[in-house]
Design a protein around this ligand. Structure first.
Ligand code: PMP
Length: 437
């Protein structure tokens, strides 16, 4: 039975006080630790490791079988059907870039502007909509744009690309509802599931997605593989992502005498990352059979504990796109008026043995807007004398605080499998101390 225990769960760090504590890793959204299932799968295959799709020897045969089995498991995890392909990539960024290059010529891309840069930057002919204030607004905005698409000159193929869960706020986007709208206008849907897949089942059919991208290193399989799963037709019609061996079926003597492979091989030029694929599939297999409801309940309990505890730390202002009640995965980002979040993150690491992330998380437009909104909220509360979260700090030097925070971003806390209530409690204690001393 593949195990979802965490490798290095008991990693210890020494604090300046001389005390040794368990490292509290609260930066899963950047890279999750390795699951035992992934480490075991790699260790098991290594003695038989060889080239994929190339050799007749026992190593090559075992490796080819392992690679294609991994594809089957990932296909099941992603709910891929007969008209879908599963392509192993390096990560989500790679998967989305691959897909961007495979779109038919003249495709228009529609998106909201709060995406991670991996889902913001690769696309052609982008129509970028302002990030909406609610899921209903998101659905209405997409519908409005698509209804008027001819006026905007969108006459050819179009795609709508959206994150499943925000890497900044953890909020889950209303993907199914948006997909239904997009499909009503014949627009295909791409879901950046980098942050959703580690926390929720991600089936193409259930999400209503045509394409799904995610990364192994965020899914407890840090061996350099990612996935693009989605409809085969455009992928098979596109130029190969990487020209070379594997992607080519027949190469003649003349430069133009060449037939590209179809199926996943077309976009997997070169020797594939066998160990990455096998590790990723091992975690997918473990998650397929896991009690996802129990995992979800544990994560939501930690989230509740963290957010309850934060109420006692008004210097830290939770940010959100859709408001505090929107369902979210185990990610919370905090605006710290008057403080440099990078310095606070460093103190949490050095003085408390806690790993978090500070910055703009490769989502600059969104983070800038969230900070602006938080600052405006604090200024309003300050002007009204309400004394609510952030108002004190804003009153103490709003302009300076705004400049500092805007320059450096937010502080992000994120967790997943293996995270404990003690991790959360230590974060709360450490954060209060770092902000107040
Ligand atoms: N999308 C989202 C929502 C992410 O959080 C990330 C990683 N932070 C990416 C895409 C890119 O993932 P990768 O770095 O693995 O390519």
């Amino acid at each position: 039975m593949p195990s979802l225990d965490i490798v290095g769960d008991d990693l210890k760090v020494e604090l300046p006080s001389g005390e040794t504590v368990r490292f509290a890793h609260l930066d899963y959204a950047a890279s999750a630790p390795c699951a035992q299932a992934a480490a075991d799968a790699v260790a098991e295959l290594l003695p038989r490791y060889g080239s994929v799709h190339r050799g007749t020897g026992v190593r090559s045969q075992a490796s080819t079988i392992a690679y294609e089995l991994a594809r089957d498991v990932v296909a099941e995890f992603a709910g891929a059907g007969d008209d879908h392909s599963v392509i192993f990539t390096r990560n989500t960024t790679d998967a989305l870039n691959l897909l961007a290059r495979a779109l038919p010529p003249g495709t228009t891309t529609i998106q909201f502007d709060g995406e991670h840069h991996a889902n913001l930057l690769p696309w052609p002919n982008v129509l970028r909509l302002p990030t909406p204030a609610s899921p209903d607004e998101a659905v209405a905005a997409l519908d409005r744009v698509l209804r008027g698409r001819a006026l905007r000159g969108i006459t050819g193929p179009a795609v709508f690309t959206v994150t499943g869960a925000s890497n900044v706020t953890g909020e889950v986007w209303p993907v199914r509802r948006l997909a239904d709208v997009a499909h009503a206008y014949g627009v295909r849907v791409i879901v950046d599931a980098a942050q959703l897949a580690p926390h929720h089942p991600v089936s193409l059919a259930d999400l209503g997605a045509d394409y799904l991208a995610f990364s192994g290193h965020k899914l407890y399989a840090p061996f350099g593989a990612g996935v693009l799963a989605g409809r085969t037709d455009w992928l098979d019609a596109a130029e190969p992502y990487l020209a070379g061996g594997g992607a080519s079926a027949v190469v003649g003597d003349r430069p133009d005498d060449l037939t590209w492979a179809t199926g996943p091989a077309r976009h997997e030029g070169g020797t594939p990352n066998l160990l990455g694929a096998v590790a990723l599939a091992a975690v997918c297999a473990a998650l397929i059979t896991a009690d996802r409801d129990a995992l979800h309940a544990h994560e939501q309990a930690l989230l509740g504990r963290l957010r309850d505890g934060l109420r006692a730390i008004p210097e830290a202002v939770e940010v959100s796109v859709f408001g505090p009640d929107q369902p979210r995965v185990g990610i919370v980002s905090l605006h710290l008026p008057g403080h440099d979040p990078a310095a606070i993150a460093q103190r949490l690491g050095r003085e408390h043995g806690i790993g978090v992330r500070a910055g703009q998380f490769c989502a600059h437009p969104l983070v800038r807007r969230l900070i602006g909104t938080a600052e405006a909220g604090a200024a309003e509360a300050g002007a009204a004398g309400a004394g609510t979260a952030g108002a004190g700090a804003a009153g103490a030097g709003a302009a300076e605080a705004r400049e500092c925070a805007t320059a450096t971003g937010l502080l992000r806390v994120s967790f997943g499998l293996g995270s404990t209530a003690d991790d959360v409690d230590r974060l709360l204690t450490g954060l209060a101390a770092a902000l107040r001393t």
